[in-house]
Design a binder for this molecule. Structure first.
Ligand code: NI
Length: 226
């Protein structure tokens, strides 16, 4: 399931991120890549665990917590501390699948990557290329969103970032371990939750809503790990 989650960060927060980026030190993006992806990854990152990455990462995490759409679609159990990357002209990231398990630096924790996320931080008009392309059985899906918006997609999918040909593409990226590991079960719960929210507006007093809400929680109880 791919889903666009608008306005995880406000315009002011995006501007703050860019101001921090201007004075930060960037390193080769291959520092966090696995063996295969290192061969196709050509970009720059804020060093993992740097003061800037931690501060801006906390801003992103707070934005996720305020998003009912993100919570409903992802059912997050554990979120990897957000990282930040920069693609200048000629930079690209070839086709790859994200590493399945990510140790969280400085902790004994590991995140199983069920959901991958990219939060766009540059205005789409300010650069050419730099589309995130997710390849699935229905074909290629090309994504380029307004600054502050998030796309989530299955970590199991092949995906790539097309070469930037003008300007600079700034983004945050991270992974989430979901309470519900199976992507099709997670999609069913999201559809059910979305329908319940809609029915709550249209027929708020319907006794069927009590039953449907119960079904949602009883499925979540069966399918979740914690
Ligand atoms: Ni990736």
């Amino acid at each position: 399931m791919m889903l666009h989650i608008p306005q995880v960060l406000t315009a002011e927060q995006v501007a703050h991120c860019r101001a921090v980026f201007d004075s930060a030190t960037w390193e080769d993006g291959r520092s966090t890549a696995g063996h295969q992806s290192a061969q196709v990854k050509r970009n720059e990152q804020l060093p993992e665990g740097s003061r800037e990455a931690r501060e801006l990462g906390d801003l992103v995490l707070a934005g996720l917590e305020r998003s009912p759409l993100f919570i409903s679609a992802v059912l997050p159990q554990r979120v990897f501390p957000p990282l930040f990357n920069r693609y200048g002209p000629g930079m690209t990231f070839g086709s790859h699948v994200d590493n399945a398990i990510r140790p969280v630096p400085g902790t004994p924790l590991r995140v199983r990557t069920d959901v991958s996320a990219t939060l766009f931080l540059s205005d789409p008009e300010s650069y050419d290329g730099g589309e995130l392309v997710v390849e699935d059985t229905y074909g290629d899906h090309s994504v380029k969103l307004p600054a502050g918006d998030l796309i989530i997609y299955p970590s199991s999918s092949l995906h790539h970032v097309t070469p930037v040909t003008r300007g600079v593409r700034l983004a945050s990226f991270f992974w989430v371990q979901s309470l519900v590991r199976d992507v099709s079960q997670r999609a069913l719960l999201f559809d059910l939750d979305t329908s319940i929210i809609q029915l709550n507006k249209e027929v708020p007093k319907s006794p069927a809503l009590v039953m449907l809400t119960g079904v949602y929680h009883n499925l979540l109880r069966q399918w979740s790990e914690s």
